[in-house]
Design a protein around this ligand. Structure first.
Ligand code: B1M
Length: 216
């Protein structure tokens, strides 16, 4: 069977919420030496894209979205150790979290995996994170960058609260924001140091911000 057909089958497994099948197909693609990044880009993300569109158009409802998310996570669990790699010198530490009121974590987890795969240490605060939680994480782990994720138009506004709070507490390291509803204009308005549309861009942005900090 061709790889393209297997990508379609994986996307279909995510859409149908078949987590065992998604895991098995992922393992099969890995056995066939398909790079984990390609499995993500060509199988999992297109599947989740369809889920999002059907959810938006009221063709499916929350329970179906949840089982699709579970299928995506089953696959990500297999891909994660392969994408993260090990043994090389870490470039810096990123503190990540999804903001208060928001439980979407798939995108943030992909950003985390890509950062780790590119030599960063990631401290993941999880979801539904308050400004205080980011402050305490920053105090405890001394990150080089903080990353806020939000998927809802109702929760993205809390990013400004977090940034204002952290700045008022003398946290001066770069803070970046991301998630489907976030754009550059919004990032500028709330005083973020940047935004990224996807995980690969997030790695590029953080690398750029870190090199700028070293120069200063
Ligand atoms: Co939700 N949901 N959801 N949902 N959900 C969306 C976001 C929505 C767009 C669906 C829709 O209507 N089409 C819509 C938001 C509408 C809006 O605000 N404008 C929505 C809604 C309304 C809701 C609820 C309110 C539904 C309800 O209860 N009535 C509810 C809210 C719960 C809450 O958070 N309080 C809800 C719940 C859920 C589930 C729990 C069922 C589940 C989440 C499971 C989980 O994450 N563990 C879920 C899902 C899965 C989705 C969709 C279908 C998929 C999201 C996803 O994982 N995408 C989503 C529709 C969509 O986005 N197409 C939808 C795949 C992921 C890889 O992409 O997260 O965008 P994304 O991440 C990307 C980039 O955005 C970027 O890089 C990532 C990788 O490339 N990125 C960053 C993300 N974070 C970044 C941080 C960075 C940089 C880049 O720097 C720090």
């Amino acid at each position: 069977m061709g790889i393209d057909k297997e990508f379609v089958m994986l996307a279909d497994a995510v859409i149908a919420g078949k987590h065992i099948e998604a895991g098995d197909l992922t393992s099969k693609l890995i056995d066939e030496s398909v790079p984990p990044g390609e499995i993500l880009e060509n199988g999992l993300l297109p599947g989740m894209d369809v889920v999002g569109k059907r959810f938006r158009d009221n063709q499916i409802f929350l329970p179906q979205v949840l089982i699709s998310a579970r299928a995506m996570k089953a696959s990500m669990k297999i891909l994660e150790p392969l994408m993260v790699g090990s043994g090389h010198k870490m470039k810096g530490t990123a503190l990540l979290g999804t903001v208060k009121g928001d439980v979407h974590d798939i995108g943030k987890n992909i950003v985390s995996i890509m950062l780790q795969g590119n030599g960063y240490t990631v401290i993941d605060l999880g979801t539904d994170c308050t400004a205080e939680k980011f402050l305490s994480g920053a105090g405890q782990h001394h990150p080089d960058v903080i990353g806020l994720s939000a998927l809802l138009t109702t929760t993205m506004v809390y990013m400004k609260t977090i940034i204002d709070f952290l700045r008022s507490q003398q946290v001066s390291i770069p803070i970046i924001v991301g998630g489907a509803p976030v754009n550059q204009k919004f990032a500028d308005e709330i005083g973020a140091n940047g935004t990224a549309r996807n995980a690969a861009e997030a790695v590029e942005l953080i690398t750029k911000l870190m090199s700028e900090r070293k120069e200063n």
